[in-house]
Ligand binder design. Structure first.
Ligand code: F0G
Length: 460
């Protein structure tokens, strides 16, 4: 294992077997192309992007053995061997009684909350991801975020900044437990910077849920990254097998939603799992109506194979050490380049504090958008604004600054090498050195909701 080798450089624990070209473009080309799409990077053709750090979801490279699994995929409508391999692989890590395959994470969320949500209900979470919140709210229920205070402060150092504020959860359940169909725990906490949750916090949350008779569900998208942080940072967990930590995380909960596009190491896929027979029956009925028969969900047999194999690879210690170390490497490089970033560095992404970097741009002139445009124009990097563009428009039509103006550089799994990341750091150095010259933006056209995907901008 790599951990026993004492070299400074953390290498990519793989060789490259099949390559994809990336297209070089000039700064002049990029300035024209971004202007043509109204300064919104979601409007670009991905061929015109050199390094695509928009998301870590479904954008990673698959292994030789996953591609071999794709070839073996059995497309039988019912009871395919590919389904049984998927089921066995999921239950090896998450031994829930019922596993319900879906085409991706949000489909699992939609099914779960359609069954357990509804007007008057409240679902607490450390922090809901956007689609989770949207699926809770679509049923008329309320989505409540209860992350610890440190989780909301970009500079606060805490080893488990994704933890649930158990005291606030307890106080809330004291008042409203009858309206809470489930408590969720998102690992790692994506919206809070990819920050982990400790086993101790999961245990404490479980204990409170038990006292009020409320089930606890994991939003497990980045479970392996979370387990690696537990192994590295939590007292008494060093030296433990990650797969074993994952099983303990599962044992503290009653079910899970999952996007296999993250720690499933696949390009598509997901599932919903639980122990409760009645709930499973209701969810399966909805699955058949909206996704597919319960032995394939919304997936092809070959997709089930890719996930089954990905789950075996994602708990490998060499892989996880490389994954977490390489994200931290980017974060440290950005700090040296003069970029303020959310600390500590999370598992799947580095979050730049754009408001901190560009204090001369008012939040309503979108400092995050300005940084995103400059990263593309300067070096062909596509990042994602997570700030006032994404969250500023209020349901009553007014606009106000988001709590933070962040820019996320999400790292696809096993896709970019260290020299690619060195280039990203160099581009950031250049952007940082000319930050005083960057200007704000105004929105010239926006849809009624989820405006960040399609809004058009112009320099302010
Ligand atoms: N939960 C979390 C914590 C997520 O990060 C995501 C997706 C989902 C649920 C939904 O899963 O995409 O398979 O439907 N996050 C991606 C991102 C899109 O870029 O962070 P999905």
């Amino acid at each position: 294992m790599m951990g026993s080798v004492s070299f400074r450089t953390i290498i990519e624990p793989f060789r490259i077997h099949s390559v994809e070209p990336v297209r070089m473009t000039s700064q002049e080309d990029r300035e024209r192309m971004i202007r043509d799409v109204g300064f919104n990077v979601f409007g670009l053709r991905s061929d015109d992007v050199l390094f695509d750090l928009l998301t870590d979801s479904g954008t990673g490279a698959m292994s030789r053995d996953q591609w071999a699994g794709i070839q073996r995929g059995d497309e039988s409508y019912a009871g395919s061997p590919s389904w049984y391999r998927f089921l066995e692989s999921v239950q090896e890590l998450f031994p829930f009684k019922h596993v319900i395959p879906t085409h991706q994470g949000r489909a699992a969320e939609k099914i779960l909350f359609t069954v357990i949500g509804g007007p008057g209900k409240v679902v607490p979470n450390n922090t809901h991801f956007d689609t989770t919140r949207a699926n809770v709210e679509a049923t008329g229920a309320e989505a409540l975020d209860l992350v610890i205070a440190e989780g909301l402060d970009p500079a606060a150092l805490h080893p488990f900044k994704g933890n649930m504020d158990v005291e606030r959860l307890e106080a809330f359940l004291q008042e409203r437990s009858g309206d809470v169909p489930a408590v969720m725990m998102t690992v790692t906490n994506n919206s809070g910077g990819g920050q982990p949750v400790s086993l101790a916090n999961l245990r404490a949350t479980r204990e409170v849920c038990d006292r009020f008779g409320v089930p606890l569900f994991l939003d497990a998208c980045r479970f392996a990254e979370n387990a690696w942080f537990i192994r590295e940072r939590e007292e008494g967990q060093q030296g433990r097998e990650v797969a074993d930590i994952v099983r303990e995380m599962a044992s503290l909960t009653d079910g899970m939603t999952m996007s296999a596009k993250k720690d499933g190491l696949a390009n598509i896929g997901g599932w919903l799992a639980m122990n409760d027979d009645d709930l499973a029956e209701q969810c399966r009925t909805l699955l058949i109506r909206t996704e597919g028969f319960p032995t394939y969900g919304g997936l092809a047999g070959r997709d089930l194979e890719a996930v089954a194999q990905g789950l075996r690879e994602v708990v490998d210690h060499d892989y996880l050490q490389y994954r977490i170390r390489s994200t931290a490497y980017l974060g440290e490089g950005l700090v040296n380049a003069g970029m303020p970033v959310v600390q500590p560095i999370g598992g799947h992404a580095v979050y730049i504090d754009a408001r901190g970097l560009l204090p001369h741009i008012a939040p309503l002139q979108y400092p995050g958008q300005s940084l995103v445009v400059s990263l593309y124009e300067t070096g062909g990097i596509r990042a994602c604004e997570i700030g006032t563009v994404m969250f500023g428009r209020q349901p009553d039509g007014s606009e106000r600054p988001a709590a933070l103006d962040l820019v996320r550089l999400a790292i696809p799994r096993r896709t970019y090498t260290q020299s690619h990341i060195d280039y990203v750091i160099e581009v950031c150095e250049r952007v940082s050195s000319k930050s005083a010259e960057l200007g704000g933006y105004r929105i010239v056209d926006e849809p009624p909701s989820l405006r960040h995907f399609t809004a058009k901008f112009a320099p302010a």
